[in-house]
Design a protein. Sequence first.
Length: 164
Amino acid sequence: MQNRTRVGIGFDAHPLVTGRRLVLGGTDIPFEKGLSGWSDADALTHAIIDALLGAAGLGDIGSHFPPDEPSLKDISSLILLERINARLKENDWRVSYIDATVVTEQPRLIDHIDRMRHQLAQTLGVDKGQVSVKASTANGLGVIGEGEGIAAYAVAMIERENSK
């Protein structure tokens, strides 16, 4: 008998660079730097995608969205999340809960957390109460602590659809 509930973990990190906008959880964050990457480099959404894929046993973000694919250049990571959510549904899974943490020294994210939760929940077709987003710092330790990048961790719980 297959498990009706599974859990996956995801992680992503990107360096901060000038000349790019900062997007986390599908939300534009006012800041003088943005994250470097092929898509919009939304580390939070990427960590959530990997957590969902891990829970479903469907590989990782790079196997679904190769980093040099021309059609993915500057694409919104919410579109990628939407595609992965559809893939979960094709495999009879649905999102039960997401818990994520963004690690950054700057900018402060407290005023943007609610919007991130809303964007992510809307994209996944779940209630905002099923998506937790928290912000933390590295307390000055390592490249994240020195303000050179942003990292995100996510845990996802998925459940089998009732129909199967």
